[in-house]
Design a protein around this ligand. Structure first.
Ligand SMILES: *Cc1c(COP(=O)(O)O)cnc(C)c1O
Length: 479
């Protein structure tokens, strides 16, 4: 069994095994004709059930053969130009290379004595990111597993900085389009049920700062504590960016922590043409970025950044076995002092390889391409009488709904759109997402693949219309 351990004597076996895996994936990518096969859980479950985990195959080739059946054949492929579903990106090769290196070396970023240079690389990337944001000389941060954890940590710091023992008095303000992890964090942080004040959005799905101002005033008048304002820079559904300068001014006026959730919009930090959309982000107390969304990085790669690095102490605990107090005086850089996690992946290496190979401009160019594509897609939708499109995109999402020519009840239109989404998924020809707008069923394209063309968008819109029409036709017959 020792032959399976990665070490000096097994280097050749490692090379062969990993190369074989890379070969399989490479052939798969080259041969993929659609983003999905349309397999159902009921079809796939027996295939996986049939595997006896207590009877190993003993050999990597055999396991890879089996993997074809249990995973690779039916996986959802984000690199395919007709994958238009969630906020998943195709990944850049330098980052995948970084992934291969980091898992083989297997550094753990909690302490210097488990990572050495990895710690400094992560710190340099944090500094690079805070520099791009403009958070100033005292800024710091740490890589996390994703935007959910970044938001949780940011709000933990905000809670501690609010300096009140009565958690029931704390309020968080975020737009009605903010990510659900804000609400989840509030619950995890022990805040009351009413802790999150949902601020309405304008016609472009951006937080109404006038209403925010009124809510803050009410909060103050009621003797409550405005703990944090969460501005979303790229809402998950619409890619809309809240008015950051206005929110920053209000945060200052009311002494609230300003958190910018740029999980999606962070790609703008690398854009040479759209960086201005994030103007005001430099006034934040904390920022969430998901490199695994708009920096084309493999999952997971995210960070939370703070204006004042000293606030990260609220996440600091010392353990005699790991990061004893003396290590602070000895200036040993232990990233665990800043993190909610202990053992932690060296995800930073993927971004490092990306910046060293392509540079930030290369990443920004890719993100600009999908934002341009979203504009083209919007023009297509706006000109198409079969569709109602919600807002002009600031980033790269389009929310729309098929509307039949003949008068039909809104509920029937909801069902037709939902049916179209499901039928498309089952066909495997394309993957789109869905969401609700004012209680009605809409469909969504999240465009993060620069290989997707306007022709792809047009073709998928035809497919959706076909499925929706078929549904409505059948239902008329049955009615
Ligand atoms: C995706 C997203 C999150 C959550 O990030 P994960 O990496 O999925 O945990 C938070 N906020 C926004 C705006 C997002 O789009």
């Amino acid at each position: 069994m020792r032959s399976h351990l990665l070490n000096d004597t097994t280097a050749e076996s490692y090379r062969r095994s990993v190369t074989e895996g890379v070969e399989r994936v490479a052939s798969k990518l080259a041969a993929t004709r659609g983003p999905f096969t349309g397999v159902t859980p009921a079809e796939l479950a027996p295939v996986i059930d049939a595997v006896d985990l207590d009877r190993p195959l003993g050999d990597a080739s055999a396991a890879l053969d089996e993997l074809e059946d249990v995973y690779l054949r039916d996986a959802v492929y984000f690199h395919h130009p007709r994958y238009l579903g969630h906020l998943n990106c195709p990944v850049v090769i330098p980052a995948v290379l970084g992934e291969a290196v980091l898992s083989a070396v297997n550094s753990s970023l909690d302490t210097w004595d488990q990572s050495a240079g990895g710690t400094l690389i992560e710190r340099k990337l944090i500094d690079w990111t805070t520099g791009r944001i403009g958070l100033g000389p005292a800024a710091d941060g740490v890589f996390t597993s994703g935007g959910t954890q970044s938001n949780l940590q940011a709000l933990l710091l905000a809670r501690e900085e609010a300096k009140t023992d009565d958690l029931s008095k704390l309020r968080i303000f975020s737009s009605e389009c903010s990510h659900f992890s804000v609400q989840k964090s509030a619950t995890l942080l022990g805040l009351g049920r009413d802790a999150v004040v949902s601020v309405p959005v304008d016609g472009n799905k951006r937080m109404q700062s006038v209403v925010l101002a009124a809510e803050l005033e009410t909060c103050r008048a009621e003797g409550l504590v405005p703990m944090a304002i969460v501005a979303t820079a790229g809402t998950t559904d619409f890619g809309s960016i809240d008015p950051l300068p206005e929110i920053a001014a209000l945060a200052e006026e009311y002494g609230a922590w300003m958190h910018v959730d740029a999980a999606y919009g962070c790609g703008l930090l690398a854009s040479r043409t759209r960086r201005h959309l994030l103007d005001g982000i430099e006034r934040a107390d904390s920022v969430t970025v998901d490199y695994h969304k708009s920096f084309f990085q493999p999952v997971s790669s995210s960070a939370v950044l703070v204006r004042d690095g000293a606030t990260l102490r609220h996440a600091t605990y010392h353990a005699d076995y790991l990061n004893p107090r003396r290590t602070v005086a000895e200036q040993i850089p232990n990233q665990v002092d800043k993190s909610l996690q202990t053992t932690r992946r060296f995800d930073a290496l993927k971004l490092w390889m990306t910046l060293r190979v392509m540079g930030a401009d290369g990443v920004g160019e890719l993100f600009d391409e999908v934002c341009d594509l979203a504009r083209e897609g919007h023009a297509l939708l706006a000109a198409d009488p079969r569709y109602d499109v919600v807002v002009e995109p600031q980033l790269s999402t389009l929310v729309y709904r098929y509307v039949p020519e003949a008068a039909t009840s809104p509920e029937e239109v909801d069902r037709a759109n939902l049916h179209a989404r499901k039928a498309l998924f089952a066909s495997g020809e394309a993957v789109v997402a869905g969401t609700k707008v004012d209680g009605r069923q809409y469909l969504k394209f999240t465009l993060l693949n620069p290989e997707t063309t306007a022709a792809d968008i047009a073709a998928v819109l035809d497919l959706i219309a076909g499925h929706a029409e078929q549904y409505l036709g059948e239902n008329l017959v049955h009615a």
